[in-house]
Write a protein that binds this ligand. Structure first.
Ligand SMILES: NC(=O)c1ccc[n+]([C@@H]2O[C@H](COP(=O)([O-])OP(=O)(O)OC[C@H]3O[C@@H](n4cnc5c(N)ncnc54)[C@H](O)[C@@H]3O)[C@@H](O)[C@H]2O)c1
Length: 341
């Protein structure tokens, strides 16, 4: 079979990274010894289209996605499987995949702790005004009044978690020792747990001092945090988004940060990815943005490698995938998290 995989370009001397064109999460020997062809791509838009006609499997990570649009799926008659080397399969048109009998599977759980830790870090960075303190340190400044003016404690704040699945629950567990009030909204998981109380979406938005987004990108969440919702957040509140860039409206966020209605925004997800050099979120006020790597720790990369190999082995042996990993199967979107209302 012909397997096409897109990976970020490798860099000389960075030997720990396995999710790149050089190491390709160990897929080269793994596939070649089984007699399959592996094509490794480094540039999505330029290269992917050349292989659509005869590829059987496509593999890419959400950090550096191969956007499998309806158009591309329709030009790939042999395509049977799209594997997400990580978590979050919105870069594949799931509806079109179902219609064309392309299975979509991901390595569910592979990087959930990594992302949860990153979200907690982002909340601290924003509330403690870390970016300004660090900027002054590098710039040779010592302007304590300027940094202190917006430095706050996390304790006693109300933190809203939007999307209370694997990552959302890990975030709640990790935040609990900070003595915060935690509340969540999730259309499917409406139960309270020991750390967090379920509230309706409007209440989450209106009463949280900071919101952290952990829902998938679906037609329901696409552009949900637009002017209408952002302007209803508490004046001076914070927003963290390690889920998907498209859940937040690019220009509306910039406008409300400039107006100081939103005090700070952090996260690592953009649309499209890689983000263009002049993307407004790179330079908007009080941002703590990073490139998409929260789920790409070295530990997570190893789990992704193991998970992708497990998925491929099951596929070649005609064995069922693990239920947790299946997003689209038998022509249907079967994952609860991706089913829309
Ligand atoms: N930044 C990264 O590196 C990174 C890594 C992993 C996952 N992610 C993103 O985080 C998302 C969540 O990952 P997870 O492992 O917790 O997934 P999960 O499937 O365990 O949880 C997602 C939760 O979101 C809820 N949800 C679905 N639609 C919703 C809506 N309209 N409003 C609110 N909640 C909704 C689901 O009911 C579910 O409980 C992924 O879909 C992915 O987009 C990002």
């Amino acid at each position: 079979m012909k397997i096409v995989a897109l990976f970020p370009e490798s860099v000389e001397g960075e030997e720990n990274q396995i999710l790149n064109t050089k190491k390709a999460i160990g897929l080269k020997p793994f596939l070649e010894e089984k007699g399959h062809e592996l094509v490794i791509l480094a540039d999505n838009e330029a290269d992917l289209d050349k292989h659509l006609a005869d590829m059987d499997v496509v593999i890419s990570a959400p950090f550096y996605p191969a956007y499998m649009t309806r158009e591309r799926i329709e030009k790939a008659p042999n395509l049977k499987l799209a594997i997400t080397a990580g978590v979050g399969s919105d870069h594949v048109d799931l509806q079109a995949a179902g219609e064309h009998n392309v299975g979509v599977v991901e390595v569910t759980g592979s990087n959930t702790v990594s992302v949860a830790e990153h979200a907690v870090m982002d909340l601290l960075i924003l509330l403690r005004n870390y970016e300004e303190g660090h900027r002054q340190s590098e710039a040779g400044e010592w302007n304590l009044s300027k940094v202190g003016n917006d430095a706050r404690e996390l304790q006693n704040k109300t933190i809203g978690i939007f999307g209370f699945g694997r990552i959302g629950q890990l975030v709640a567990e990790r935040l609990a020792p900070f003595n915060v009030t935690i509340q969540h909204y999730d259309p499917i998981n409406q139960k309270d747990n020991e750390h967090s109380k379920f509230v309706e979406f409007e209440q989450l938005v209106a009463t949280s001092d900071a919101i952290t987004i952990h829902a998938p990108l679906t037609p329901d969440t696409d552009d949900l945090f637009n002017y209408n919702v952002l302007s209803k957040m508490k004046d001076g509140s914070y927003l963290v988004n390690t889920a998907r860039g498209k859940i937040v409206n690019t220009d509306d966020l910039v406008e409300l940060l400039e107006a100081k209605h939103i005090q700070g925004y952090a996260g690592d997800v953009w649309f499209p990815q890689p983000a263009q050099a002049d993307h407004p979120w790179r330079t908007m006020p009080r941002n703590a943005m990073t490139v998409h790597y929260s789920g790409m720790t070295l530990e997570a990369q190893q789990r992704i490698e193991d998970g992708v190999k497990d998925i491929l082995s099951r596929f070649f042996n005609n064995e069922p995938f693990q239920d947790k990993d299946i997003i689209v199967d038998g022509g249907q979107i079967t994952s609860k998290s991706y089913k829309t209302k």
